[in-house]
Ligand binder design. Sequence first.
Ligand SMILES: [Zn+2]
Length: 329
Amino acid sequence: MGNAGNGEHGYRHGLQELGHGCFGYMQPDGSWGWSNAGLVVGDGASLLVDTLFDLKLTAQMLATMGPITSTAPIATLVNTHANGDHCYGNQLVERAEIIASAATAHEMAEVPPSMMAALNRAPGEVGEMFRSFFGAFDFDGIDVAMPTRTFEHRLDLDIGGREVQLIEVGPAHTAGDTIAYVPDARTVFTGDILFIGGTPIVWAGPLDNWVAACDLMLGLDIETVVPGHGPVTDKRGIVEVRDYLAFVDREAGERQAAGMDAWDAARELAAAVGAREDFRGWGEFGRIAVNVETVYRHRDPSHRTPDVIEQFRRMAMLESGPGSPGPGH
Ligand SMILES: [Zn+2]
């Protein structure tokens, strides 16, 4: 199975010490909504990288971090991107400066938790499908605390005497993805620029910009890589994601050039991915449907991508359909 999880660290729920005052807060199995967060501890101050999808999960995480943050309070929170599983808990981090790229801050207002709450309660087929992805989460009472400081390209922070570099590498997964690099720990928190053991989903793209983000990370002096979803990894995990994106970009592009319909191309590529030793066994392989749409849209601006409900329907169909190429997850 192509899964570059770093066995040294395992993959268990909760706070995981990575050394050099860095921690990952891990949420197996890393599928839809089960994101990771990070903590960088300096002298008398900490940096939190992302909050979680709902208030209960975030409160539990902050309580777990309590013994550390009682002496090194969270002075800064960075949101790597605008998806709710990385920012919906913001309101529980009190008195912290909240930093995001300008593109992320703009995007954070677009999918209000009230919309997620309504979909989670929706009757009929749409509600049922939505709950199959997000039914485990509680979107009530969320009033997303917005960034109080934004940046573009690059921002260097001093966290209790330690340097943390925020590097904007989007648009890729979303319109404004940021990674947090801690040079003295040789550690990077990637947000959803990396999914490990699960399939990357390219909502924004272009794919070659995400490949460039992987190349940028491969050029950093790092030994520990904390993905947005899945187990802690190292540069091998970055290479796997890079290879997948390059493969999809090339294969979808060829099918588009040959005049193939995007949904037909997605079904063909789901089978092709399932046949590849290096990608076989990744969860959420139905995300190929979204990824192919994104390739088509960038190569042909007149291409119309179906609405997000239809995209979720297609992902569900690929993963449950007869002759489904994946091994299940
Ligand atoms: Zn995520």
